[in-house]
Design a protein around this ligand. Sequence first.
Ligand code: NAD
Length: 389
Amino acid sequence: MHYDFFAPPQIHFGWDRFQEAGTLAASLGSRALIISGSRSLETNGVLDELKSLLSRAGISSEHIRTISHEPEVTDVDQVTNILQHHTQGAGDFLIGIGGGSGIDLAKACAAMITNRESETVLDYLEGVGQGLQLKAKPLPLMAIPTTAGTGSEATKNAVISSYAPTFKKSLRSPEMIPDIILCDPKLACSVPPEITARTGMDAITQLLESYISCRAQPIPQALSLQGLKLAIPALPQAVADGNSRTGRESMAHAALLSGIALANSGLGMAHGVAPALGTHCRIPHGLACAVMLPSTLKANRSVCEMQYAEIARHLDPGLSLSDADAADSLIQQIEALNASIGIPATLSELGVTSEQIPTLVADSRGNSMRGNPREISDDELTGILQDLL
Ligand code: NAD
């Protein structure tokens, strides 16, 4: 056995623990610059509460930006510029509060503000620009997730989009794992059912893809089993009743585990195609992953039967089926889960057309696809996407 394992340095998890935001943040500095990922957090009073919790802990704060879309190169560059004008030196730190979009923007800006070899994040993204590396440590960062999906609070990358030219790529460095994660599942109670469904399926996709990835590691696999056992029954609960404490707690924990798992083990075909579906077809990330997940499981079934059977037996210890039947039962369970929470079964329901397929195939060859347990040729991927129309 041979592996490396990266884990977030501090995780504080629990219902209503948002109340500890000020005391926890005090170890990071004396002045918080806040990036938020949702207007709802402004209207429902969460941002004001954050500022008052910080103030009670002796921390001054400034709300820098709310982002209500998946972050783009221009967002990172603009917000980094704004931050440069607002930082005062020692004692400054960032708080990213929101879904993956807000947390990724905060992670990217925390890194860009201390790494000024180029003024644009483009030059630091994987596979585009100048290929610069992050050398300086990012500004300290506290991540407060408010969706249960991406696990971005626990990963070492930030996903950044561009529409001219079109790409969705990662800024990545082990130093980008947030210093403190404060995960209060109650904060997700205001997430509407449709967003709960698609973000939750992102977490489930991450747990499954990291388990079967060609870079799969033993510690993340153990975390994935725990996450899947919690998330598969909890997601329909959280979708049906946004205030379900069990539903929200299980999903928030599963999403956090999915982040740790993907940061160590990589992902696969569903996450390989999702960025292209995001940029070319404007499909939200979690929804793209959810629709791609059953086909991904089917495409990898020939090399992953044992792993699927292990997962199926973990989910139902009483299952007395052959490996082949247990593997099939896992795929059927995921299809039934998608259907039960309103995830479309086809890409055409999301507006994807056959003319877009060559571009989608060409733009699906990023880091995630390289984690897929078997090579998927362009021809095979074309066929898989055509079958999904
Ligand atoms: P999101 O952050 O875009 O949020 C989805 C929607 O939910 C937004 O409209 C937002 O305003 C709303 N929202 C967020 N919190 C809310 C709350 N508490 N109440 C009400 N509404 C709320 O969606 P996401 O799926 O969490 O993040 C997607 C982004 O994360 C994509 O860009 C994706 O590529 C990226 N991602 C990053 C990683 C990583 O490791 N860094 C991993 C997976 C995905």
